[in-house]
Design a protein around this ligand. Structure first.
Ligand code: SF4
Length: 378
């Protein structure tokens, strides 16, 4: 009742009414939401969409990350992960090393391996297809989610083959999904400053469109909190929403908070907790054709990721196990969560934990979540 009164007095009351009526908001509405300081109303609007799409459930996945190499021919300003070949921190895993790591984690129950790397100058394309076949041979049910759009264009350039052919060969080798990384911010002005040489927004979207047209799925991201404007963020969301209208191939949107600490952009003040929640909530409201919004705890930290469950988020990503990209940039969110920690965070936020697969199909609904919430007494 109090919240209802607050919303009625809010500058966003008309947007609340629009969303409550199931209508799509426009770019101007999204900009107004970004410019508002009324996080309470924003969270309430996002919650309408979250609940409509996912009820009281919040999901997580048992997964592990794997970086085959950090050697990269590009030098993106926001990246501390990519290294030149002679750098002391450069690494390159053999397929046998990858198989050994994943085999260990399969025993712990992972259902997905998430693989990305730098744009390696000399590994042959057969390294990537052999890698996928070897991992798939461990367990045909293991979901292999791998490669960003820019890596896929790199393979096309190395082999001088069309991107569509590269995607088809990788799919036939056992690739189940491509990752959403590399989207950064779509604005070419920002890309020219921060990541010259990287694929353009149109190329990123064309790669995901081609993958979706093959009947496959992917996630998508946005790297925010650096030199982009609020208009750039809305433009980014608009382009993702348009592609989703066309293909319905994205499973989830995963906003990534930029960690500047050890990068060439260390002078930038990172996005605040307010901005993180605002960005997630606006994504939930604007991306009305996305079923899921993921709170990436690696970047947010587990506590804020938990709070984000009240700001439009319905998915806390996964156990992850070995994250290096945010860690090397100076991130302090951690590298691993257990199933119990993820379930506890979801339960404490008043949601029912659901272990999901890579396509967001439920694997296990927590029985604890079905119990009435216990009153906490002093
Ligand atoms: S963000 Fe990716 S492409 Fe850019 S330098 Fe880092 S690893 Fe290389």
């Amino acid at each position: 009742m109090v919240l209802e009164k607050l919303i009625r007095c809010s500058e966003m009351a008309d947007i609340y009414d629009k969303v409550a009526a199931g209508q799509r908001i426009g770019d101007d509405d999204a900009l107004r939401l970004y410019r508002s300081r009324d996080l309470t109303t924003l969270g309430a609007i996002a919650d309408i969409v979250r609940e409509r799409k996912n009820g009281n459930r919040a999901s997580y996945i048992l997964n592990r990350y794997l970086n085959y190499s950090n050697i990269c021919i590009l030098s993106c300003q926001f990246c501390e992960f990519g290294k030149k070949k002679r750098n002391a921190e450069a690494f390159e895993l053999t397929i046998e090393q990858m198989v050994e790591r994943v085999a260990n984690d399969l025993r712990l129950g992972i259902t997905e391996v998430h693989i990305v790397g730098g744009l390696h100058p000399s590994l042959p394309f057969s390294y990537y297809t052999d890698m996928i076949r070897a991992l798939k041979a461990l367990d045909p049910n293991l979901h292999i989610k791998a490669f960003t759009a820019v890596e896929l264009y790199h393979f096309a350039s190395l082999t001088k083959k069309p991107l569509a052919e590269i995607l088809a060969v990788l799919r036939d080798a056992g690739l189940d999904s491509i990752t959403g990384g590399g989207a950064e911010i779509f604005s070419q002005r920002v890309r020219d400053i921060l990541c010259k040489g990287k694929e353009t927004a149109d190329e990123y979207l064309a790669c995901h469109r081609a993958w979706h047209r093959m009947g496959m799925r992917s996630t998508c991201t946005m790297l925010y909190g650096h030199i982009e404007t609020l208009e750039d963020r809305v433009d980014h969301l608009r382009r993702l929403r348009e592609l989703q209208d066309e293909t319905h191939g994205f499973t989830s949107f995963v906003p990534l908070h930029f960690v500047p600490d050890k990068t060439k952009l260390a002078h930038i003040t990172p996005a605040s907790g307010f901005d993180d929640l605002r960005n997630l909530a606006i994504a939930r409201i604007y991306l009305d054709n996305f079923d899921h919004i993921t709170g990436y705890w690696i970047a947010l930290g587990m506590k804020l990721a938990q709070v984000s469950l009240s700001f439009g988020v319905d998915d806390l990503h996964g156990t992850i196990m070995e994250e290096r990209i945010f860690e090397m940039a100076g991130g302090s969110g951690g590298q691993q969560q257990t199933r119990e920690q993820l379930e506890r965070a979801i339960l404490d936020a008043g949601r029912i934990p659901v272990q999901r697969d890579s396509l967001f199909r439920p694997i296990k609904v927590s029985e604890a979540g079905a119990e009435p919430v216990q009153e906490v007494t002093a």
